[in-house]
Ligand binder design. Structure first.
Ligand SMILES: [Zn+2]
Length: 262
């Protein structure tokens, strides 16, 4: 059995028996992998309770050639993102991103880029003034990394370029123009303000994303649109989104309410 050592995100844990867990990791160089962490739930485990989603760590594991599952021998936390655990809304947004990475087959072949995207996303999620907008912008980037960059400038049916469009048709992966909309109805109507914000986000590198201002309502719409596109592409309901929709997006907690809490 070969031993491996890799820097990775711990994305998911599943209980396996009394004392064991199975972790899903995203490694920068090895893509997604599953490792069994024997005895990790024991109070005196060397790996301890510190290992839980979502964190970045250094992991050592053994794996037989050709096997799907490795055996974790050591895990060391590099960044535990403690702030996320104290803010349920932000933790839920991070969990949504992690679920999308887990579900995506393409994330394996682009693991370095997806890793960097996730690293940027998590390290800035703490300070993000508008965490919902922040998440929508990074999911937009994530879709592009997978090869599914939403088309927001050219009608995906006839190829016509326009300044504004009635909306997006998720199965087309982008906008549909006024002439084509009767044949190919939109699944997500888009107003000009949101369309422009998303177009601008596509042009920006990670560092500049936070300079773009979106209202709370726009941010909610942007996230809903990303979820619709991701559901289409990943062919999944996205379990972690249910909580977000009911607890985070619907009451649309105002900026002032958030400040009062601090
Ligand atoms: Zn058209």
């Amino acid at each position: 059995m070969a031993q491996h050592k890799t820097e990775a995100f711990l994305l998911r844990q599943v209980d396996y028996g009394e004392t064991t867990k199975i972790f899903t990791l995203l490694s920068r160089d090895a893509g997604k992998l599953s490792v069994i962490a024997k005895g990790v739930k024991r109070p005196k485990s060397k790996m301890g309770g510190a290992l839980e989603p979502i964190l970045r760590g250094e992991f050592s594991y053994y794996r037989r050639e050709g096997a799907n599952m490795g055996t974790l021998s050591r895990g060391e936390v590099l960044d535990g993102y403690e702030y996320l655990r104290s803010d349920l809304a932000r933790l839920s947004l991070a969990s949504l991103f992690a679920e999308c990475v887990i579900l995506s087959g393409e994330a394996d072949s682009h693991s370095g880029e997806v890793y960097d995207c996730l690293a940027h996303f998590l390290s800035t999620l703490e300070r993000a003034a508008n965490p919902v907008a922040h998440t929508a912008q990074y999911l937009l980037k994530f879709l592009a990394l997978l090869g599914f960059r939403p088309e927001l400038r050219i009608c995906t049916v006839c190829g016509r370029k326009a300044e504004s469009f009635p909306g997006v048709r998720s199965s087309r992966g982008g906008v549909v123009c006024g002439r084509c909309v009767s044949r190919e109805p939109v699944t997500f109507p888009l107003d000009k303000g949101l369309l422009n914000a998303l177009r601008a986000s596509q042009q920006m590198d990670y560092e500049r994303l936070a300079t773009l201002k979106m209202s709370a309502a726009q941010a909610n719409q942007a996230l809903r649109l990303m979820v619709q596109l991701l559901r289409e592409h990943l062919e999944s309901d996205l379990k972690s989104y249910g909580f977000l929709e009911s607890m985070v997006l619907r009451p649309a907690k105002s900026e002032s309410a958030r400040k009062k809490e601090k």
